[in-house]
Design a protein around this ligand. Structure first.
Ligand code: UD1
Ligand code: UDP
Length: 364
């Protein structure tokens, strides 16, 4: 791989999904790039299934093969692995996307080597200092040369923090991820028949936030809230379980209430079809909140806050926290809501980021 190339750092489920339209854009315009996979997500259905399903063919360099449950150790291992690859290739531009430890490791590696660093999905804030993602995104935004933000609101946020880098409003890469894959997903996925599901007769839940699932009471509340919604509405509750959450359910010896159906994490095609046909999504996932809004599926956020505040403003989403009574109340409200909101996200992020990357590669 030449020095005059772009390194894209991935390594978690959402970053593979959100970078996929940008990768396609780079491929179709023959912009030289390579992928570095940090190794943060490593189980087949959290990692390779997305490369396979999204047809991501370029060389994948794996930076960290030793999963660790200590976040500092995990970040350090990824930093070391990514730095080695970057030192060898010395690409012109390094792109990280989002707020996971992978992105912090990639950003630090690029910064230490004095490579140009761009942050995709920059400028988001939950203002919740309990979240490791909030620490990561603030650090990454402040050490980046270019911040590709989704909205003018995110631009105002980073400008108010006097970030060093230049800010570009580009839109949300998830818009293209959904539009490029939904049709293929509807054709290919068999999830509805495999789970014997009928459109609008079930709800979907996902939860994996540290502050939710690493706390026994919070996790219990979420499961109880979900069961109450299912009982009251007679909708089946389908819960594809993130590995972190499954570990905690087992470790805390929590009984999964009747009516809550735990299933393995799904590939992207199955998850898109599952959500798009559902009556309601309950989630603490940032990416799933965006997707539900685009797919016109009402959403209840099982956190105290959400970075995607535009979904609240247009009425596609409400914040419920983890109290079961509140989850039930907000779910009933959202289920009866008309799905006529305006999608507040901008398209065009892959093209704009690729345009900018190309300009950088063409300047000496
Ligand atoms: C990470 C990100 C989070 C993001 C999420 C996407 C941080 C701080 N958090 O959280 O922002 O929303 O990814 O899903 O970076 N595990 C497996 N198999 C896997 C991946 C993880 O068994 O493929 C287990 C790990 O061993 C660990 C737990 O799940 O015990 C948590 O994994 P980790 O990568 O530390 O954080 P996530 O909860 O996935
Ligand atoms: N997702 C998936 N299979 C699942 C659950 C989620 O493909 O079983 C996708 C979902 O469509 C979204 C992304 O994973 O694009 C969200 O990832 P996650 O919830 O792990 O992280 P977050 O977005 O909160 O960082």
């Amino acid at each position: 791989m030449s020095k005059n190339s772009v390194a894209i750092v991935t390594g978690t489920r959402p970053s593979i999904i959100k970078f996929s339209p940008l990768i396609r854009e780079f491929e179709s315009r023959k912009i030289p790039f390579f992928l570095i996979h940090s190794g943060q997500h490593y189980s087949y259905n959290m990692d390779r299934i997305f490369y396979d399903q999204l047809n991501l063919k370029p060389p994948r360099l794996r930076a960290c093969f030793q999963p660790s449950s200590y976040p500092g150790e995990q970040t350090a291992a990824m930093l070391r692995g990514i730095e080695r690859i970057l030192m060898e290739v010395r690409p012109k531009l390094v792109l990280v996307g989002g707020d996971a430890n992978t992105n912090l490791a990639g950003a630090l590696a690029a910064r230490k080597l004095d490579l140009i660093l761009g942050h995709v999905e920059a400028g988001l804030r939950s203002f919740d200092w309990r979240m490791p993602e909030e620490h990561n995104r603030i650090i990454i935004d402040h050490i980046s040369d270019y911040l590709y933000v989704p909205s003018s609101e995110a631009k105002r946020q980073v400008e108010s923090e006097s970030v060093h880098g230049e800010v570009f409003v580009v839109g949300n890469p998830i818009v293209e991820a959904v539009s490029e894959n939904l049709k293929i997903a509807s054709r290919k996925s068999k999830v509805m028949s495999l789970l014997s599901l009928r459109q609008d007769e079930y709800l979907v839940c996902t939860s994996h936030r540290k502050e939710n699932v690493d706390d026994k009471n919070n996790l219990k509340s979420i499961l109880n809230g979900l069961a109450r919604v299912s009982e009251r509405t007679h909708l089946r509750a389908i819960f594809p379980v993130h590995p972190r959450t499954l570990k905690r359910i087992l470790e805390f010896s929590l009984a999964v209430p009747d009516g809550v159906e735990l299933i393995n994490p799904l590939g992207y095609m199955d998850f898109l079809v599952l959500v798009s046909n559902s009556r309601l999504l309950l989630t603490d996932s940032g990416g799933a909140v965006e997707e539900a809004c685009i797919l016109k599926v009402p959403c209840v956020t099982i956190r105290d806050n959400i970075e995607w505040t535009e979904t609240l403003r247009v009425g596609a989403n409400v914040v419920a926290g983890v109290d079961p009574e509140n989850i039930l109340r907000k779910s009933l409200r959202m289920i009866s809501r008309k799905r006529n909101w305006r999608v507040p996200f901008r398209k065009g992020a892959p093209k704009k980021i690729a345009d900018h990357a190309l300009r950088l590669l063409q300047t000496s």
